[in-house]
Each structure stands twice: as structure tokens, then as C-alpha cells.
Design a protein around this ligand. Structure first.
Ligand code: IMP
Length: 195
């Protein structure tokens, strides 16, 4: 039960956007917009160095990576392409382990360096599936670039070359990430408040 004082504190925090409600759940800010942007700059500098003289193809995994991909790409200072693939593995706050490809690849990646842009790696099953699918097209190389990683949840061995931030095993929303389709439209990242 939340008493009057607690609900007053919660409503003040909500006004300052430190706490948000997404559908039936409450989330609190854990990664600020500023921290996200500085991590993206750090990763983009590495990519710019590692891929100098090349023309990589960025493959952003929809829906969750749309904001991350937009911010990352604007920090990339070499000729590059971006394309989008859509997969799904989540229902609510639990992974289903059931991966479906919805929108296929529409760029020829044969002989090209590929960078997969993902919002968050949880069990790693989505990335493992994507790597298997993409390798069949014989790209020059494939690397994963993820905004977030939950290392304690990984179920498969994955080589994640670029990771902006590792987080604990908590459910997060914001900055493109959703809870049942909602909560993507925030500048900061919020973590589920367990009640
Ligand atoms: P994986 O296959 O278990 O690694 O799941 C990866 C996908 O699950 C991500 O692309 C997200 O769409 C979704 N996901 C995993 N954890 C979260 C989370 O904390 N918040 C929102 N979506 C998540």
C-alpha cells in the first residue's frame, strides 16, 4: 500500500520526469540522456577508427534501435549505408525465446563489412539468430554494436565488439526501448520499479 506521503513524493518525482508510468508499471530514471550520448560518442569513435577506409553497412534491428541508430549514425564520419531488419522475441517483460523475422534484408551484404545495431542484448538469442542468417550471405565481417547488454542473462556465447553500457538483469524502457509497445519516446532510460 502506498500512503499519502509516498504518493506525494512519487507525484513530485513524476513531475520532474524521474519516475514515469508506462501502462500498468512504474519506471525510474537510471541512465540519463547525457550519459547515453557520451557512451554513443565513445563507441562511434572506436567504429570510426576500426573501419577507416571501409564502407560499412549498418543493420539496425527494429523497433527498439531506431533512436540509438539515428544518434549513432550521426557520429559516424565515413561513407556508410544503413538498412533495417525487424525481429521480435519479447512479449511484455518476458522473452518468449521464439524469434520471428518480420522484415527481411533488402541490401546486398556480400563481401561488405556489416555492423548490427541493437538496442539491448538480453539472452542473446536474437543476435545469435541474426548472425546465423547474415553469415549465409558471406559478408566480409559482422560485428555487433549494442546500446545495452545484460551480461547475467546471456544464454549463448556472443562476441559483442561494441557495447555502450552493461546493465543488471532489470527491465528497462525509453530511448527506443518499450514495454508492450509503449515508453519508447523518452530521452532517458528508465528501469522498472519492483513493487
Ligand atoms: P534477446 O534475444 O533475449 O537478447 O532479446 C533481445 C530483444 O529483447 C531486444 O532487442 C529487445 O527488443 C528486447 N528486450 C530485452 N530486454 C529488454 C528490456 O529490458 N526492455 C525492453 N526490451 C527488451
Amino acid at each position: 500500500m502506498v500512503d499519502e506521503h509516498q504518493s506525494e513524493v512519487i507525484s513530485k518525482l513524476m513531475q520532474r520526469s524521474r519516475i514515469i508510468k508506462v501502462k500498468d508499471k512504474t519506471f525510474a530514471v537510471t541512465i540519463s540522456e547525457r550519459a547515453i550520448k557520451s557512451q554513443i560518442k565513445r563507441i562511434a569513435e572506436r567504429i570510426n577508427r576500426d573501419y577507416e577506409g571501409k564502407e560499412p553497412v549498418f543493420l539496425a534491428v527494429l523497433n527498439g534501435s531506431f533512436i540509438f541508430a539515428a544518434d549513432l549514425l550521426r557520429e559516424i564520419d565515413m561513407p556508410c549505408e544503413i538498412s533495417f531488419i525487424k525481429l521480435t522475441s519479447y512479449e511484455g517483460t518476458k522473452t518468449t525465446g521464439n524469434i520471428r523475422e518480420i522484415i527481411g534484408l533488402n541490401v546486398d551484404i556480400t563481401g561488405r563489412p556489416v555492423i548490427i545495431v541493437e538496442d539491448i542484448v538480453d539472452t542473446g538469442l536474437t543476435m545469435a539468430h541474426m548472425l546465423d542468417t547474415l553469415k549465409k550471405q558471406n559478408p566480409e565481417s559482422i560485428n555487433i554494436c549494442t546500446l545495452l547488454l545484460k551480461p547475467s542473462k546471456l544464454q549463448v556465447r556472443l562476441n559483442i565488439r561494441y557495447c555502450c553500457k552493461q546493465i543488471p538483469d532489470d527491465f528497462v524502457v525509453g530511448y527506443g526501448l518499450d514495454y508492450d509497445g509503449f515508453g519508447r519516446n523518452t530521452k532517458d532510460i528508465y528501469t522498472l520499479v519492483k513493487q
